[in-house]
Design a protein around this ligand. Sequence first.
Ligand code: FAD
Length: 246
Amino acid sequence: MVNRIRPAWLVATVTEVLPETATARRIVLDVPGWPGNDAGSHLDIRLTAPDGYQASRSYSIASYGPSSRVVLSVDDIPTGEVSPFLTHELRAGDQIEVHGPLGAYFVWRPAGFGSTTGPVQLIGGGSGIVPLYAIARAAADAGRMADFRLLTSVRSPEDQFFATELDALAAAGLRIDRVYTRAAPSGWPVAPGRLTRDSLAAVIPDAATIERSYVCGPTPFVEAVAGWLIDLGHSPGTIRTERFGG
Ligand SMILES: Cc1cc2nc3c(=O)[nH]c(=O)nc-3n(C[C@H](O)[C@H](O)[C@H](O)COP(=O)(O)OP(=O)(O)OC[C@H]3O[C@@H](n4cnc5c(N)ncnc54)[C@H](O)[C@@H]3O)c2cc1C
């Protein structure tokens, strides 16, 4: 477990801004004084305009561990206040304020409090994959990948965050089920369409065999999936959710 003392706002320097998808950017920060973070946690970003106006938003952390290098991935919400700045204006060398790590509930640890000993199902919609990628990566690094399965729902293959990294985890043995809501790769056996109770039931193991599920994404996605899991016999206490808004 990493140090969970949360300092006040820290000044982070942007070291890289990379394309994630057509609408999202991967943002790599160096945060001197960062206490490290568990897989699945998030932070708050605070932006300050020249006139002193401030806006803050939460972002999941795609990296984990004791390093001061913190990786985020932010999707552009064109009507939004903060994400258009982060995805279009932010440049390497810029400084922003961050506060965290936050969220002791939606984390996974390889041992001790917050850990698991049995099967874990990860279910992410869109950018909701960010903390789940961190958890899958942590499970792989801990030699626990065989216990984990991931279901990712995106509009099209081009909208998959961490596509290369997920392909590598799949090649190394992580079971990944993919749902494409608008456009599937050619030859894909299922027509594009939203996840449903029945298509969820078809790909996840029986409730009795799952120790914990993590569900993350836009609020309607998370609420629908959590409801279906309960309907399918999953105990509410085994389901951890993170809602991104929307
Ligand atoms: C714990 C947590 C972790 C998060 N992690 C991430 C992350 O890793 N990557 C990421 O891209 N976002 C993440 N978010 C969402 C993020 O905090 C912002 O809500 C998002 O970037 C939009 O902010 P904005 O200022 O651009 O839009 P706002 O000005 O806040 O909202 C503008 C409009 O967009 C709608 N909206 C807000 N958020 C969303 C959304 N996520 N999807 C669709 N519509 C939305 C609002 O309802 C509103 O109508 C996370 C949210 C939480 C609570």
